[in-house]
Design a protein around this ligand. Sequence first.
Ligand code: CUA
Length: 365
Amino acid sequence: MFPDQASTFAWHVDALYFYLILVSVVFSIPIVAAIVFFGLRYREKEKYATPEEMHGSIMLETTWSIIPFIVSMTIFLGGAIVYYNQFRMPDDGMDVYVVGKQWMWKIQHATGQREINELHVPVGRRVKLTMTTEDVLHDFFVPAFRTKMDVVPGRYTYLWFEATKPGKYHLFCAEYCGLNHSGMGGYIYVMEQRDFDNWLSGNVSGQTPVEQGKDLFENKLGCASCHAGGPQQRGAKLEGIYGHEVKLVGGQTVLADDAYIRESILNPSAQIVEGFQPIMPTFKGQVTEEQLVSLVAYIKSLSGITAATTGGGTGSTAANSAASGNTIDSANTMAPRKAERGRTGQEGSNPNTPGTGTEPTNSNR
Ligand code: CUA
């Protein structure tokens, strides 16, 4: 009746669900039984009989208030815990980029490998998806992992999971998105680390998202002509801004995250960085969502934040966890953000002064 439990939080969701069923059963059976019992026991024998008056019972009323209160609060707490676990992104998640499109899932690994309607991941490793769509709303749904997330035009949404069992699991689109919505699915292949490393090395990786972003930035789109340092510089310097507050014209500040970088490329005049002129043209219509993802990955890398990857053919889990250990700090997008929160107005929020000391130093430029 239920799909496999194949992620770390699958049983949390099931436990909550069974608890809800239990509560429903425990409340509805006595109510139905009481309706039947009272209907028979007190059914009208004499027309217009006057019932005995009753003046309430503190004991009874307190009991039927407190018990439902406790029950509803446990449901709330359970739901909040499950939600908190699922939708707070891990700092060390292996990065995977997902672009939805009528009617397919286009997926790219941080090491460059691309897949369509398939996603290969290692078992026992947190995987973080950064998702967007080229057209309409879609929804990335993996029943065996008990998780789903809307994929929304014009913004990034995130999803993470840690698979616990190797196997092949259904992937669905869970938001009606047009004619072939029902066919917009595929499979997640959960593999042992060694098999995953083999799979990775058996697939030509091409450019990684960071390399693609760099290529777009320096050559294809010519961003570097304004954003690189030197006398030519007319645009804000981008080194070190990711995860920091940026001061805008008008005194506001904004956190330089994925959404901010995306917005600045598509709609540059919306948020002008203090000290700069609104001269940047929009790149709307000139870049695809996949290119945007690469540009964001590249600009992130300028702040020393490398996408967390795994594998690379070492074949040993120990070696891999050691290798990924290096990237945990650098992939830690939450910590610098947390540190930056509430620091509005402090120096260091100017994007022209990169490297304020709180940044991870592992740059791969
Ligand atoms: Cu995409 Cu339904």
